[in-house]
Design a protein around this ligand. Sequence first.
Ligand code: F7E
Length: 321
Amino acid sequence: MKKAFITGISGQDGSYLAEYLLNLGYEVHGIVRRNSVPEHQQSRIDFHRENIHVYYGDLTDASGLERLLKKIQPDEIYNLGAQSHVRISFDVPNYTVQTNALGVLNILEAYRNACPEAKFYQASSSEMFGSSVDEDGFQRETTRMTPVSPYGCSKVFAYNLVHNYRNAYKLHAANGILFNHESPRRGSNFVTNKVVKGAVLIKKGLAKKLEMGNMDSFRDWGHSKDYVRAMHMIINHDIADDFVVATGTTHSVREMTDYVFSKLGLDFNEFVVQNPIYLRPEELPYLRGDCSKLKKTFNWAPEYTFETMMDEMIDFWMKTL
Ligand code: F7E
């Protein structure tokens, strides 16, 4: 039985990955941060609590990470833990860098010392490309990285560190460069779930308005379930490498909002207002990923489309609220 260790196991991707690996017969271990309301924190993995080994841990706690890796001796380490909200990274830049950059140094060191035969996956992000777009309108593995947020900068540091540890210490350490990915489990302060939840509240007469930030940025939105399958392929590739995971299609926030409100028989223009608190000091205007390398290497293809993913989220909130 293979053993996997997942940081960020209680998050959207961590919970789907844990389910995916359990179905493949893995023994699954993961860390969660201490929280004053633990009931809420682990809601995404509650279904599987008996099958998952959960420990308190934190990417900023180097000795705790090393102790756990020594004890568990995992075959695969998935580093999905992060301060993952881009706008909030402007509010808490130091914490973001401590967790997403130095935290990766901590887990790479723990990995190198405790279980160097294991394979390592780093959750790298399309936010690393920042303002760079290739001439054909896509971002890919070779696109220049010019990040535009503390979050993006922290992820570039971690991405480079993974290369450094791969080459210097001959570790099997891979980067998945994931574009935005969503699901009903997405935190409701990320834009897709915020819009779906807000629109459903309006539809049900429970809210009158939805306050948003910049409606003109474009994102390449895929489904988290499709992307965790890619993570497993990437970590198990013969050689440790870097892969973009994306759908290749892009939509503006405005188009996405229009899609959701229209599905509910509403005109978003009547309900959406701008609140500057949701604007970012610097915005990443356009993302569209080229994942040819992933498709060619693993024959990966997403099962969800933008529409089926958004419809699933709408159904979820219609049933939940
Ligand atoms: O924003 C705009 C916002 O917060 C998407 C993270 O998973 O993907 C995610 O980062 C767009 C931005 O995701 C609101 O300005 C407008 O242009 O859903 P988001 P993100 O910043 O793209 C990358 C790949 C990651 O790695 C990150 O961890 O939507 N937007 N109005 C808004 N965004 C939010 N959150 N809230 C608004 O009211």
